[in-house]
Structure formats: C-alpha cells, structure tokens
Ligand binder design. Structure first.
Ligand code: ATP
Length: 552
C-alpha cells in the first residue's frame, strides 16, 4: 500500500465535516497531539470499546471456552486511577527507561524525535551535506526542495544536485556538523541526541516540590499489576485468569502526528493474563491469534492487517516474545504498517518488580537493580504477589501475557477501513460519487436512519416518529426529515449507518391495504431497498446487526 496523503486528507476532512473527530481547542488554533470526538465519533468509539469489553470480559464464559483455549479461564475488569503512587513508575522501569531520544535545533529552537529525522547525502559543486526532513507527501521531493534552497538554486537546476546513497535515518550519521536540520538554514545546528522522558509530571497536594511530584500514567497496565492481590483475594479468581481495563493514558510524545495515531492523551484497552509459567507460551499464542481475529471479525480488511513478531533485538528487556497487530494506514509508507496492538509475553517481570524492586537484565537473569550502597535502587512493595494453587499445591509467580490495544488507534483504523468513494447511479437514475463509511453494524454510530418521505406531510412525520419509538429501545436510531431523500441517504452513508427506513405513502395505505404499514428498508452497502412490515422491522434488524453479540 503506497502512502496516500490525498486519501488521508479526505478522511480527516470527513471526520470534521460529519463530526467524528475535531482538533482539541480548535477555536484557539488547536493544541498539538490532542483531539476531541464529535457526536458520531463518540458513538463509534464507545461501540468499539463496548465491543472489546463484551468480547474480552462480560460475554466471556469460562464454562464455554473458545476453541483452542488450553484451559478454562476467568476474565474480570477493573478501573484504576490515572495518578498512581510514584513508586509504581520507579519499580516498573518507566521512571528510568520510558523515554525517546530527541535532537534540538539550536537555530530554530525546534525539537525532533531522533529516529523520525530522515535524510540523504547530496553534493553540489564539491560541497557535500546531509539534508534532512521529518516528512512530507514525498520524502525525496521534500529533501530536494531543502537542498535547492540551501544551495540557492532554482527548481529547474534540480539535476545539478548529485545524490548519494538512499534516504536513511539521522541516527546513521555520526557527525552532525554536515547535517542540515529539517528547518534550519545553516549546517550543524542539530544537537547530539538526548533522552526525554515521556511521562507528564504533576504535583499532588498544595506544595510543588520534588517530594510531591507524581505522573499521569503512560499505560493502564500497572493498575492491573498493583491490584493483582486485591483481585485474587476479593474475587476468588484462579490462575489462569485475566484482568482488563480501559482508560486514558498520557505520553508527552515529542512529535505527535498522523491525526489521532500518535496523540499525547489517548485511551488504552489492556488486559493482563496471569498464567502458570509452564503454560505461558500456549497462552501467548492463543491471545496473539485471538486478538488478530478480533479485528478481522469486525470487518478490518485482512489484506491490510499483519501480525508481526518482534525480532529478538526489538524485545523489551523483560519480554520473551511480542507480536504487534499492525494496519496499513493511508499515511504509512509503502510496505509499512502502524501498530494497533501489542501482544507481549512479559514473563514474571511485573509481579516480581512490584514485590522485589526494579529489575534489570544480567545475562539471562532478571535481577534487582542496586544503588551504590548495594540496596535496591527502587524497592518493591515487599508484598507477597505469588499465587498458591490449592489444587496442585503449587506456589509460583504467575507469568503474564498482555494484549495492549489503543482505543483511538483502533477507531482510526476502523475509520480508514470503512472509508469508500464509489461511483453510483443515484435514486434519480443519475451518476454520482458517494462517500460511504462501511462500518461493521456492531460498531456503527447509528444502526438505522428513519426518514419520512416528505417533511410537510404530518401523517408521514407522525408515522416516522412512531417507527423511531418502536426501534429506539433496541438500537441507536437517527431521525432525519430535512432535504431530499437522496441527500438524507448520502448523509447517513457518510455517517456509516447500515440501514435506512423510509416512510412513504404506501406506509399510510394510500396505495392499497397490501402495502399499508410497510416501509422501505435500504441497505447502506448494496443500496438495495426492500419492503418490510413495520411489525417485523425490529426482528429483521436484530438479525442483520448480529445483536446477540452486543445488545443488553
Ligand atoms: P509506539 O511504538 O507506536 O509508540 P508503543 O509500542 O509504545 O507504541 P505500547 O506501549 O505497546 O505502544 O501501548 C499499547 C498501545 O497503546 C499501542 O499499540 C497503541 O495502540 C496505543 N498507543 C501507544 N502510544 C500511543 C499514542 N501516543 N497515541 C495513541 N495511541 C497510542
């Protein structure tokens, strides 16, 4: 899939036009890396989160295990606080390790993520430099423009530039003195890379000093680890079992970009699955495959989705295996994908850290990191976080499999996947382009649109309202009486509403008793229309929308 910026622009425009996603604080010029969901977006996101919650927790039945599960298991949820004890982040490793490398430009005072700066060697009249950029529709075109400007050349002299090698990442260039920063006019303005912690800091209580410094959580996962013992003690769950949570996380990303894909405030849907160490690889494979299938079951085009196993050198210091579910977003370069979810085998790293103290790798072992005096650098809670299996009489530190998804990235993937431009013959027999959002009915913001054919016929309006009242207890209904019927269909196509119900004169019985109390039911994707009895409408829609998965 080639990077398609015009497609991405069209999607972003639709999101604003129809009320899916707005820039945060837009009337003040927006606030980088922060986004708001509009009326349609909030419904879509709630449906996606609800679908995840039901599929992972509430409809999960340990007596009726899905095929392939090695052993029965329970699933429960929690909701933990966004601000947690600062020691959580010290023992988890986020305080020391959760950072990106960044470079500053001394000339422009701009800051870039080190691994996001890309460039290429170029020579003109014997002068050689490494020209850089952080993006653009076409990297080579952006680099060429920068190089021409630096050498003071007009576009027509582009062939005077001698390019050398491929476009590569800035970290491949050791010496920054010959580097032209992405927005700089002079060479050598970029600093050496420096570490930048991604956690947002705050202060708790009246004083503002280091003693009461706290952090907004950069992931929801720690809430599950620190509550492991509470959940075992209060809910009588037995290993293997999972604890899940959805909630906001915050990362001070250096270069937020690609619409909502990399935001500074975002929501996660994470689950920590606690199992016996000897069974952990079976569970890892099970969750990896099950999570991939979740996306395709909800309509994500399988040809744009990959399950990518991490290479050994990509693995976190604690992980014994990680796979990412990745989607070919329109903003990705050809052959590249963006991460939607990571499924990690975290071993016993987390529970052990919260018992013993922050762990570091020494050869094949994870050992407690010591300070200069030989004491644990960041001591753990000292609480017993082992599990005692009263059937096998075995006591052990459970291993953890973590499927960690981003709600906002998932919403964005469903939006990109749903977006279709189609040339159609409209209701009046004319050729026209329509934009249609082909959401799976389970996640569509509204399930059905109800339209009286004419708004100035009180009998039609009254009947349409009656149909709305009939359907509303079952599903999200959108009522629309404004404008020509074709225009109303197009609006619902853009909203992704899978079904449309039109109340016309036949419904009122004006064309005989046979069609009285029938409506036309329109299918968003095929645009086919069928006459259906009002009395059967709710049942028909229930079947089509696959309610067994998501209705109360
Ligand atoms: P990336 O490499 O893209 O920064 P990550 O590997 O650090 O992501 P995780 O820490 O594994 O991400 O977080 C789990 C999930 O949370 C990700 O798969 C993603 O869906 C979501 N996520 C992480 N960072 C962001 C962000 N800045 N904006 C939106 N979603 C995010």
């Amino acid at each position: 899939m080639a990077r398609d910026n015009s497609l991405m622009d069209a999607i972003v425009a639709l999101c604003k036009r129809r009320g899916f996603v707005f820039q945060s604080s837009e009337i003040y010029g927006g606030f980088s890396g922060l986004w708001d969901y509009g009326p349609l977006g909030v419904e879509l996101k709630r449906n996606i989160k609800e679908t995840w919650w039901r599929d992972m927790i509430t409809t999960h039945d340990e007596l009726d295990q899905p095929e392939g599960a090695p052993r029965r298991f329970q699933m429960v949820g929690i909701e933990s606080s966004v601000i947690m004890h600062p020691r959580v982040w010290k023992t988890s490793g986020h305080y020391d390790l959760f950072h990106d490398e960044m470079v500053d430009c001394r000339e422009t005072n701009k800051r870039y993520r080190y691994d996001h700066v890309k460039g290429r060697w170029v020579t003109h009249e014997g002068r050689r430099l490494f020209v850089t950029t952080v993006g653009g529709d076409d990297l080579q075109a952006a680099l060429q423009e920068r190089a021409l400007r630096f050498f003071g050349l007009k576009n027509k002299y582009a062939d005077k530039l001698e390019w050398d090698g491929e476009i590569v990442d800035l970290p491949t260039v050791r010496d920054h003195t010959e580097v032209l920063g992405p927005d700089a006019k002079e060479l050598g303005s970029l600093t050496e890379p420096r570490e930048f912690n991604l956690m947002f800091e705050t202060h708790v209580g009246a004083m503002r000093n280091d003693d009461n410094k706290a952090f907004l959580r950069p992931e929801t996962a720690q809430g599950m680890f620190v509550n492991f013992k509470n959940v075992v003690d209060s809910n009588r769950v037995k290993v293997p079992f999972g604890i899940a949570q959805q909630g906001k996380s915050f990362r001070n990303e250096i270069t937020p970009r690609n619409f909502t894909f990399r935001s500074r405030e975002f929501e996660q849907m994470e689950m920590e699955f606690f199992c016996h160490p000897e069974e952990s690889f079976k569970w890892y494979t099970y969750w990896r495959d099950r999570r991939f299938k979740w996306y395709t079951d909800l309509g994500i085009d399988a040809s744009k989705l990959i399950l990518r196993d991490h290479e050994q050198d990509e693995l976190s210091h604690y992980s014994v295996g990680t796979a990412d579910v990745e989607y070919a977003f329109p903003f990705c370069e050809k052959g590249e994908f963006g991460e939607l979810e990571g499924i990690a085998h975290r071993g016993d790293f987390d529970l052990r850290s919260h018992m013993e103290g922050k762990l570091v790798r020494e050869g094949d072992e994870l050992v407690v990191e010591k300070d200069a005096e030989g004491n644990p650098k960041y001591p753990g809670s000292g609480k017993d976080l082992t599990f005692f299996d009263d059937e096998t009489k075995d006591r052990f530190v459970p291993h953890v499999i973590e499927p960690a998804a981003g709600a906002d990235r998932t919403v964005l993937a469903f939006i990109c996947n749903a977006y279709h431009e189609e040339s159609i013959t409209n209701e009046k027999g004319k050729e026209e382009m329509r934009v249609v959002m082909k959401f799976h009915p389970r996640i569509a913001p509204y399930k059905v649109g109800v339209f009286p054919l004419l708004k100035n016929k009180p009998e039609l309006v009254a009947k349409a309202r009656e149909v709305c009242n009939l359907l509303r207890p079952h599903m999200a209904v959108f009522y629309d009486e404004g404008g020509a019927i074709g225009r109303r269909y197009r609006r619902q196509d853009e909203a992704g509403t899978p079904y449309g119900v039109t109340i016309d004169f036949d419904t009122l019985g004006e064309n005989g008793d046979e069609s009285k109390d029938t409506i036309t039911l329109r299918d968003r994707d095929t645009m086919e229309q069928k006459r259906v009895k009002i009395s059967e409408l709710a049942t028909i829609l229930h079947e089509k929308i696959d309610f067994k998965h998501w209705a109360q």
